[in-house]
Design a protein around this ligand. Sequence first.
Ligand SMILES: *Cc1c(COP(=O)(O)O)cnc(C)c1O
Length: 233
Amino acid sequence: MSNRLSEIQSNLEIIQARIESACTVAGRDISEITLIAVTKTYPASDVDLLKQLGIENVGENRDQEASAKKLEVKSEFKWHFIGQLQSNKAKSVVNYADLIHSVDRWSLAKEIQKSAQGIDKMQQVLIQVDLDQSGPDPTRGGIWPAELRELAQLINQASHLELKGLMSVAPLGEKPELAFARLKEIRVDFLKENPGAQILSAGMSDDLESAILHGATHLRIGSALLGERPKIG
Ligand SMILES: *Cc1c(COP(=O)(O)O)cnc(C)c1O
């Protein structure tokens, strides 16, 4: 086994143990949890190693990097687009993303719809919710909870968009437990009107336990699995 493979494997074992104990605490079954390996900044060769470890879902946050890597990766994966998305990149992302997590405005959803219609694809999407109470954080994205209902209604009316659930990133400067507790309440109301949209994408390397406690179904794990990323701008 290569060094890199065994390194990722031992990281994965630690993460799986964390997920198991968090599920025990939360009284949930681990089959409810999908692990998305966030491979941004890591090469296609690492992505192919993940397949050997049984990982089926990978996430990327920049279109330029993701579209190039998708072409290089040999194994089949479910590709998740998790980063902030400019409307002019929608067309490219629709070409390879199985699930787009970061829809936070109708102008973007409309572009995704147009592109999906153009290639006759039903595009699965999540709405990203902004949990920051100290004001909008333009570097993280997300819609205000007060505007969620209207955006969900518009997406539901779009012929080539399928709303699958919600996504969020715990804000900086607040305990993730508090933010995820608000997310859980927001989701209760959301599910009343969107009962089929059961995905909750929340939880990263440092806060997966509290995300599981508050209902996360999809975890987005980067550094705990692949190592600390070099800082990029
Ligand atoms: C990078 C990234 C992650 C993974 O973060 P880690 O702390 O490395 O696990 C999750 N979600 C989004 C939106 C990201 O950009």
